[in-house]
Design a protein around this ligand. Structure first.
Ligand code: SF4
Length: 301
């Protein structure tokens, strides 16, 4: 088995343990929107981009099959061989009828050899009928729900206009556990008004929940978001990438070593802040080097 190249359990290492080779994501944006964001308006969560976080490799292809073809070509060209995961992303994937979900996903699963299916959603958007359908697919492939939790602090959830509480987030995680589905929790750090103690407290709360993976994001203030508008009117301090490097090491040390970290760095377009200091590769290299130098590793605290 390939040994870890990072002092944390990366997506690649986790995939090699699970599948014997890396797992590459093929993103599809069904264009269903989000229950929390009205089309054509700036609204929803204050950090959310106008396109709901659509992956750049799906841009320029409209049909789901076209997006899959583009995404697969991108993955093969950039990464080579490996297993493939269908990732229904951007906005809120379970914000649709079960019939629409079936009509979108089944042809894509039939036509391609995906070993895994992942859907991004909000804690208050997990209707029982959708969970049942996911469970059905879970018989044949790994099904992951990527759940946007962001923070465990109710005051921050209110400030960023999430329109759900931390109690709702916990309820959603337990609902997924009960259904037997994998949950990857998305967390966002550097949100306005949040202290580092609150960010550590969020990690402590989240690792106590039955989640199977985490994505750690540092805040980007994006053009077209509520925060972006506020920033343009009155710039406010935003966690720099060097500060995130220091913070994420402290977070990683507090996360159990067997919990894979599918992401540790935000990579987005159209950002207003913070200024870019690292490419994703350079950030990972620096993070790895610094942790090794200091003798730090995931889960040691
Ligand atoms: S972050 Fe997610 S839940 Fe919030 S507005 Fe954007 S798509 Fe909707």
């Amino acid at each position: 088995m390939e040994s870890s190249s990072f002092p944390w359990l990366s997506h690649k290492e986790w995939a090699v343990q699970r599948w014997g080779e890396p797992l590459y994501r093929v993103p599809v944006d069904p264009g269903w929107g989000c229950p929390h964001k009205k089309p054509g308006e700036i609204g929803g969560c204050s950090f959310c981009a106008e396109d709901g976080g659509r992956a750049r490799q799906t841009l320029g292809a409209d049909s789901p099959a076209g997006q899959v073809a583009k995404g697969m070509a991108f993955a093969r060209e950039r990464y080579g061989e490996g297993k493939l995961e269908l990732y229904i992303q951007a906005y809120t994937a379970t914000f649709s009828s079960v019939d629409a979900l079936k009509a979108l996903i089944e042809p894509l699963l039939e036509a391609n050899s995906f070993v895994s299916l992942s859907l991004g959603t909000r804690p208050d958007c997990l209707p029982p009928a959708s969970l049942e359908l996911l469970l059905e697919w879970n018989q044949h492939l790994d099904v992951w729900v990527e759940l946007g939790l962001q923070t465990a602090q109710d005051a921050t959830l209110l400030r960023i206009n999430r329109q759900h509480s931390w109690a709702k987030s916990k309820e959603a995680v337990y609902k997924l556990q009960e259904a037997g589905l994998n949950c990857c929790a998305h967390l966002l750090f550097g949100l306005p008004g949040e202290t580092s103690d609150e960010m550590f407290a969020t990690v402590e709360e989240v690792v106590a929940l039955p989640v199977q993976a985490l994505k750690l994001h540092n805040l980007h203030v994006i053009e077209g978001s509520i925060l972006g508008e506020q920033f343009k009117q009155q710039p406010f301090p935003v966690l720099s990438e060097s500060a995130w490097l220091e913070l994420v090491m402290q977070l990683i040390r507090r996360i159990p070593a067997d919990l894979p970290l599918f992401r540790v760095f935000t990579d987005s377009e159209h950002r207003l802040a913070p200024k870019s200091e690292f490419s994703k590769g350079a950030f990972l290299h620096q993070l790895e080097g610094t942790m090794r130098e200091r003798g730090w590793f995931q889960g040691e605290l």
